[in-house]
Design a protein. Structure first.
Length: 312
């Protein structure tokens, strides 16, 4: 009996959580698309050339492409929801929109493998790109952020994961791809640590020690972060995959979280940010933003590995 296989291989959007990661955002010289195309189409070979040194380190790299260069780089129309990151301005805080044409999300259990892969990618791209942002993240204790809370426990698992992250028949030309949003947040740890544990838990909506969810506040009152970041409609709850990483330089007073969200539906992440920055109801913004400032905001589409390799 023959078996039919789906001829589309997604990128490793669902790569396991690792100890180290690099988030590299680049702007592309539009006169150098051929050079860039060759690099992104051959990304799997570059990953293999580094990763074979330690297969247990699980080196991977997901490539995202921004709307500004999508047509010029790929020769295809834009995926249905792909557009630049829309600034979200609330009464107290703003989710800024910043430049970026390419995203390389590099993950591994070893920071040296992440470093080497980034070095080779930039070597191949050369002067065809400029670096907009470069952040090296690390896994902190038991998957906690620098605010002290477990991060990412609401991620989908099992069959729910591809259902939440990979585009399907609704945009068949880009099936197997995923929308990606990144933001770099810097924390005011002194202000945060001036709160009691109970006050911090009320902001996050979870207990700090064991990560158990607290009850939602009454409708129409101040909501916790976990509530505002949960998107539901008549069809149920819409999950996204977060692979956030802490980063920092204590000597420079820099403490942050790099947010990265993968979703089958870009509007889910955008609605989450609207609820956080504007509030639900409006005016009652996510109180985590009083201690965490967004310094970047960029949107990409991570096409399937099949699509990327076809660009060659």
């Amino acid at each position: 009996m023959s078996e039919r296989r789906v001829p589309i291989a997604p990128q490793q959007v669902d790569a396991p959580l690792t100890r180290s990661a690099i988030f590299l955002v680049l702007t592309v010289d539009e006169t150098r698309f051929d050079d860039v195309r060759a690099t992104v189409a051959g990304i799997e070979d570059i990953v293999k050339s580094v990763g074979f040194r330690d297969l247990d380190a699980r080196l991977s790299c997901t490539v995202g492409v921004g709307s500004r260069i999508w047509r010029g780089l790929t020769g295809h129309p834009l995926p249905a929801e792909l557009h630049s990151f829309p600034e979200v301005s609330g009464g107290a805080h703003t989710a800024v929109s910043t430049p970026g044409d390419l995203l390389f999300h590099i993950r591994a259990e070893r920071p040296d493998l992440c470093f080497e892969l980034e070095r080779l990618i930039l070597e191949q791209l050369g002067t065809a790109v400029t670096v907009d942002d470069e952040v090296s993240g690390f896994r902190y204790f038991d998957a906690r952020d620098l605010l002290g809370f477990v991060d990412g426990s609401a991620n989908p698992v099992g069959p729910d994961l591809p259902e939440a992250t990979l585009v399907g028949a609704e945009d068949s030309a880009f099936a197997g791809g995923s929308y990606v949003v990144v933001q770099k947040y810097l924390h005011d740890l002194d202000a945060w640590q001036s709160l009691t544990t109970e006050q911090q838990e009320a902001v996050i909506g979870r207990r700090k020690a064991d990560n158990i969810e607290l009850d939602d506040a009454a409708v129409g009152t101040q909501q916790a972060h976990k509530t505002l970041a949960t998107i539901t409609d008549e069809s149920g709850e819409h999950d996204i995959l977060r692979d956030n990483m802490p980063f920092g330089r204590p000597g420079a007073g820099e403490f942050g979280t790099y947010f990265i969200g993968y979703s089958r539906r870009l509007w889910v992440i955008e609605r989450m940010l609207q609820r956080m920055f504007i509030g639900d109801p409006p005016g009652l913004h996510d109180r985590i933003l009083d201690f965490s400032v967004a310094h970047t905001g960029t949107t990409f589409f991570a096409p399937s590995a099949t699509f990327l390799s076809s660009l060659a």
